[in-house]
Design a binder for this molecule. Sequence first.
Ligand SMILES: NC(=O)c1ccc[n+]([C@@H]2O[C@H](COP(=O)([O-])OP(=O)(O)OC[C@H]3O[C@@H](n4cnc5c(N)ncnc54)[C@H](O)[C@@H]3O)[C@@H](O)[C@H]2O)c1
Length: 271
Amino acid sequence: MDVLAHYLGKRVVVTGCYSGIGHATAQLLIEAGAEVYGFDIKPADLALARFAELDLRDPRSIEAAAASVSAPVDALFNCAGVSHALPAPQVMKVNFIGTRYLTELLVPAIASGSAVVSVASNGGAGWQNNLALLKELTATTSFDAAADWYEANSAAARAAYSFSKEAIIVWTMQASATLIARGIRINCTNPGAVQTPMLEQIEAMTSAAVIDVVAQPIGRRSSAQEQAWPLLFLNSAAASYINGAVLPVDGGFLSARAMDEAASQAPVGRA
Ligand SMILES: NC(=O)c1ccc[n+]([C@@H]2O[C@H](COP(=O)([O-])OP(=O)(O)OC[C@H]3O[C@@H](n4cnc5c(N)ncnc54)[C@H](O)[C@@H]3O)[C@@H](O)[C@H]2O)c1
C-alpha cells in the first residue's frame, strides 16, 4: 500500500506545523495532496489549505481552532509540544491537557475509519511506574479540571515534561479502547533525539553528551522527517489494525536499554 497515496484529497489537521516534526509532517502531507489545516502559535511557511492560530495553553483558543475545521476530518496529527524550558503548568497544558482537549473537540468531526496520532516521547517511557497518579489525571473530564488537578499534584508528578508525556501515552491507550467503537484509531510515537529547534533548546540547557547517549545504538540523531513518516503510516489505512500502540521511533534506544545493563544507565524517563 502506498502511504502517501492514502492522503490524496484527505482533510487533515496538524498541530505544531511551524517547526520541527509538525512542519515535516505537514510538508509531507501537502506533497501527498492532502488538504492540510495547520495549527500553531506561530504561522508556518507552508502551502497550507488553512492556518489557524492555536495556543494549547488556552481553552478558548483551542475551541476557536477546532471550530475552524469543518467535518469530515480524515486524520489528526498532534505534533505540537514544548520542552521543560517552560514553566511546568504550561508544559502540562501544551503537551497533554490542551492536546487532549483539542482531540476531544475534533472527535465528532473525525470520520469512522480515520485516525489520530500524537507525538509523545521516550521521556514518557516510564509511565508504568506512575500509573495510579496518571490515571487520576486522565480521569479529569475538562481542561480546567486537569489544570486544577496538576496544580494540586505537581509535587507528586515531579518532572513536568516526563509526566506530560507519560500522560499522553496513558490517555492514548485508554482512548484507543473507546474511540475504536466509532471506528477511530489512536496511537502515539516515542521519538528519541530529533534534530529540531526543541532539541537545540534542550542542548543549550543539557550537555550534548547526554543527547549522544540517547542517540544510541543507531549513533546519530533523527531528522524531523524520519519522525514524520511513521506518523503518516500510523494514520493511514496501511496501519488499519494498529490501535493503542506506543511506537518507539528512537533508533533502538529503548530496546537496547531493556537488554543491556550498561545502556540502562542512560538518562531516560524520570531521570
Ligand atoms: N526534538 C526531540 O528530540 C524530541 C524528542 C522526543 C519528543 N519530541 C516531541 O516532538 C514534538 C514536536 O517537537 P519538535 O522537536 O518538533 O519541536 P519544535 O519546537 O520544533 O516544534 C514544536 C512546535 O509546537 C509549537 N508550539 C509550541 N507551543 C505551542 C502552543 N502553546 N500551542 C500550539 N503550538 C505550540 C511550536 O510553535 C512548534 O511549531 C513535541 O511534542 C516534543 O515533545 C521531540
